[in-house]
Design a protein. Structure first.
Length: 259
């Protein structure tokens, strides 16, 4: 058993809680419910925009804080706001590179989206599952908070252009996608912006690096090598293993508050 000061539990979604792109196993949901019952404030922090978090949660934990777009969107008490967006100049420079490398993309605004990739790309099945938004052209988005490249003639070169522009770049080699966010935006930076600096975190991918690195207790789900040495605990990418670790957190918290 372990003792923690933190009373906030932060969970990544895909690959951490959700393993099919659409649902969260009932065992994991029950374990998270136990954390909430013993007093943890829940935060779900994802690369997905808030729009695409809602169908996966399917009405569970309505009081939770949601961080979307790797930190560019925040929803507190059901109110979604964009806290970071691409400036006109940097978006223009990024789009010039998109043209140069013949890239297809998913661009997210605060709610709606623009998509130019193939209809059968795996990422397409995760976009607007709840049919809550509208697919529009890039020019129709009031602002762009997240930009995901799903194909290009030279993905590595395009990623380097993004880094040169000062963007946050996560090049997911296993999925052959590049995730661009404005400036230094990430999940941890968004979390601190809403006043949370003591927390337990669960994550699985390189975009969880800073979130895990700054957690009081960090749990890596799976074995992403980019997170080696960052997490105190590693569990299998399996619903039963994840649920057991979350339940352990709930029990440790409950034991700590017993008189």
């Amino acid at each position: 058993m372990f003792n923690l000061r933190a009373r906030t539990a932060v969970f990544d979604i895909d690959g951490t809680l959700c393993f099919d792109g659409r649902t969260i196993d009932d065992r994991i949901l029950a374990a998270i419910g136990e954390c909430e019952r013993v007093g943890h404030h829940l935060v779900f922090a994802s690369a997905r925009p808030v729009r695409d978090l809602l169908p996966v949660l399917d009405g569970a934990f309505p009081s939770a804080t949601l961080i979307g777009g790797n930190g560019s969107l925040v929803s507190v008490a059901g109110q979604v706001r964009a806290r970071a967006a691409f400036g006109p100049a940097e978006l223009g420079d990024l789009m010039a590179a998109v043209g140069q490398y013949e890239a297809a993309y998913l661009a997210d605004g605060p709610w709606d989206y623009a998509y130019t990739g193939p209809a059968d790309h795996p990422i397409r099945s995760r976009v607007d599952q709840g049919e809550l938004a509208t697919g529009v052209s890039l020019a129709e988005l009031p602002e762009v908070v997240k930009f995901l490249v799903v194909g290009a003639s030279d993905m590595a070169a395009l990623a380097e252009v993004g880094r040169g522009l000062g963007l946050t770049v996560n090049h997911h080699l296993d999925e052959a996608i590049i995730d661009f966010a404005p400036g230094a935006t990430n999940k941890w930076e968004a979390l601190t912006s809403i006043g949370i600096d003591e927390y337990v975190a669960f994550g699985n991918d390189i975009n969880d690096f800073d979130l895990l690195r700054n957690a009081e207790r960090a749990v890596r789900v799976g074995a992403h090598p980019g997170l080696d040495g960052i997490a105190q605990v590693t569990v299998a990418a399996d619903p039963q293993a994840v649920a057991a670790e979350i339940t352990m957190l709930a029990r440790a918290t409950e034991a700590a508050v017993q008189p």
